[in-house]
Design a protein around this ligand. Sequence first.
Ligand SMILES: [Zn+2]
Length: 321
Amino acid sequence: MSITSFVNNIAKITLSTPYAVGDVNVYLIKGDVLTLVDAGPLTETAWGQLSAALATLGYSPGDIEQIVLTHHHPDHAGMLERFSESVKIIGHPYNQYWINRDEYFHRVYDDFFYRLGVESGLPEAYLSAVSKFKSPLKYMGNRALDGVVMEGEALPGLPDWKVIETLGHAQSHLSFFRESDGVMIAGDHILAHISPNPIIEPPFEGGIERSKPLLQYNRSLMKLMDIPVSFAYTGHGKEVEDVHGLIPKRMAKQEERAKAVLEMVQGKRQTVFELCRHLFPAVYKKELGLTLSETIGQLDYLESLGSIRKEKGDSAFHYYA
Ligand SMILES: [Zn+2]
């Protein structure tokens, strides 16, 4: 756990998580309403760390008036249920499905990933692992969303903070921008040390079409080029000072990864699963959901450029150059 003191009304608090990503950053903002941006995972350790950090800053969890979410992942939104009912939970409307999971959530989730598994060419033995994609939700409580904010709106009680929709890493991802000094709270949209995973999610709002998170992510990244960001607080690790310098580097890296995937597809028709095994030989078994998402992201990207096409076989899609 670590904390910084307030700088221009923002204090950064770093909490442990049980996930491979390591620590998560949450932010306390002083304004008309005492606001916490993200809440950390639902663990006793994180709750103890957060309470201690708030005490150092002169507050207690009972003083928090609202929690604003950058996105619904359990390392960011897990701990919501530990706060009193009077605390308003605010975020993108899509958070609702994930932070307050019901029967509908589980049915849509399980059906979607089973179908995605079949279409990706997963062998029978792996299809049973599909339900384990949900296991990170172990550290996420259940708590309803109290209010929604959309692109361009100001945060409640924080009139100088504007909402910027930055979908890609999650279908609920928002960043928050303070025009007066160009400071952004970027969640996992921008990270100093890595690119966030473009994670595939079920279409909870109807239909069977899945999102194309990597294409979405690239668009959300380019969107920041038009916004005068001077400094970005991130969801994990250090702040980013040169956001506009980092974005072209990330896009170039993305281009490089896609090129490697294109080479694999050239000369040999392949399913998502076959490519996934080649791309991530050391981790695909352990992190099947994430590595499938990553592989499909690259394929969506190459398809959008017209470099590859897919054709449906008996059950799985086969990709070819
Ligand atoms: Zn995260």
